[in-house]
Write a protein that binds this ligand. Structure first.
Ligand SMILES: Nc1ncnc2c1ncn2[C@@H]1O[C@H](COP(=O)(O)OP(=O)(O)O)[C@@H](O)[C@H]1O
Ligand SMILES: CC(=O)OP(=O)(O)O
Ligand SMILES: [Mg+2]
Length: 404
């Protein structure tokens, strides 16, 4: 029986799962949150072996200064609450790595060269790659005899055609500085689009899907015959949709305008567009649950935030419809996509002429964590909610790479 430990290190968190690959289910999972913020915490869960049994929880609140301390806390949690990692001996540790540039079109075994490549790409994903790298370094130290596999967010989008990935900018930027669209959340887009084809009873190679991955970060992808052909995130995970704290699309003149008129540096503008923009900037909160509570209390900023958020989604759905020509399914996934019926309704409102419709009873009555078609019976384009599972996809790709 083989197990894979998956680490998804975010800017301030480490999500992890130990998966039993015979079942494809986690035998332990958890999250270390608010790393470096002084009041960090760890939650470790061990599901019961038999159906009906209770999940064991192990919690800690301690200041974890960095990802190395966070990873150590994860290993301590396994030692204290199980399962015993030494006894299980995972076949691989799979790492989510956000930016793989144009170098990685699939999962790779981590060695020093791969580590340096991830480090070199850090300027293009400053919130993510350094954290991913810390997870990799920590895990290589902790499990020196276990193969470490890097699975890149960008890999699935390496099939973008030049017309889609090329920015119309000077040649020396494109060649010398590798300026192009890379795209992100690829592991999620790949998994979810394959599940959509399965639900339709079609071969992914014959299926066109628009996937909306709406989490903290958010991106839309047009998938033609199982391959990513257009995606909303670009050189970095800042472009495209409105996100929790990221602006998505703005006029590219904005940094120069603010430099001239507000005396801001490029770095200050970049940080603000990544961390102080998006829904947070308009509503004052970035969690959609909180934002809708504010909308219900009559908060105008929150109302504007959800209007801007859904307007951007409709624009991208229309654009990707045009890119694909014909669409077999529209899929919502990730924290907002899976849980927020009002965003789903807002995203397709007025798109009936494109064959897109939602059945309000199905949309509102969705059972959390399940795959559901939420369009009316016989709809021209089925609309679906499919919970993403980046950890399972990373584990599967890790074992595939190792030939197991
Ligand atoms: N019940 C819910 N209703 C609306 N939004 C939700 C709900 N649950 C979670 N979310 C949203 O999902 C976001 C997190 O999504 P997730 O995919 O877990 O993000 P990430 O993986 O990028 O951390 C939260 O910030 C919140 O806005
Ligand atoms: C690439 C990216 O934006 O990831 P996340 O949504 O996890 O922040
Ligand atoms: Mg995510």
């Amino acid at each position: 029986m083989s197990h894979v430990l998956v680490l998804n290190s975010g800017s301030s968190s480490i999500k992890y799962q130990l998966l039993d690959m015979a079942q494809g289910t986690p035998v332990a999972s958890g999250i270390v949150e608010r790393i470096g913020e002084g009041r960090s915490s760890l939650t470790h869960k061990v599901p019961a072996a038999d159906p009906g049994g209770e999940t064991r929880r192990y919690e800690r609140t301690e200041p974890y200064a960095d990802h190395e301390a966070g990873l150590k806390a994860v290993l301590d949690a396994f030692a204290a609450a199980g399962p015993d990692l030494d006894a299980i001996r995972p076949a691989a540790v799979g790492h989510r790595v956000v930016h793989g540039g144009d170098r990685f079109g699939g999962a790779v075994l981590v060695d020093d060269g791969v580590e340096s490549a991830i480090e070199e790409l850090a300027p293009l994903a400053p919130l993510h790659n350094p954290a991913n790298l810390a997870g990799i370094r920590g895990a290589r130290k902790a499990f020196p005899n276990v193969p470490q596999v890097a699975v890149f967010d960008t890999a699935f989008h390496q099939t973008l055609p030049p017309a889609a990935y090329t920015y119309a900018v000077p040649e020396e930027w494109r060649t010398g500085h590798k300026v192009r669209r890379y795209g992100f959340h690829g592991t999620s887009h790949a998994y979810v689009s394959r599940r959509a084809a399965a639900i339709l009873g079609q071969d992914p190679a014959d299926t066109n899907v628009i996937v909306l991955h709406l989490g903290n970060g958010a991106s839309a992808t047009a998938i033609e015959s199982g391959r990513s052909v257009e995606t909303s995130m670009g050189l970095t995970p800042l472009e495209g949709l409105v996100m929790g704290t990221r602006s998505g699309d703005v006029d590219p003149s904005l940094p120069a305008y603010l430099a001239r008129n507000a005396g801001m540096s490029a770095a200050e503008v970049d940080t603000a567009l990544n961390k102080r923009s998006g829904v947070l900037a308009l509503a004052g909160a970035n969690d959609m649950r909180e934002v809708w509570r504010m909308v219900d209390e009559g908060h105008e900023g929150a109302r504007l935030a959800v209007d801007v958020y859904c307007h951007r989604l409709r624009k991208y759905i229309g654009a990707y419809y045009a890119v694909l020509g014909s669409v077999d399914a529209l899929v919502f996934t990730a924290g907002v996509g899976e849980n927020d019926e009002r965003v789903r309704a807002g995203a397709v409102a007025g798109l009936e002429r494109l064959g897109l419709r939602i059945d309000p009873a199905k949309n509102d009555g969705l059972v959390r964590g399940t795959e559901q078609v939420i369009s009316p019976e016989g709809a021209e384009v089925p609309v679906m909610v499919i919970p993403t599972d980046e950890e399972l996809e990373i584990a599967v790709q890790s074992l595939e790479l190792l030939g197991r």
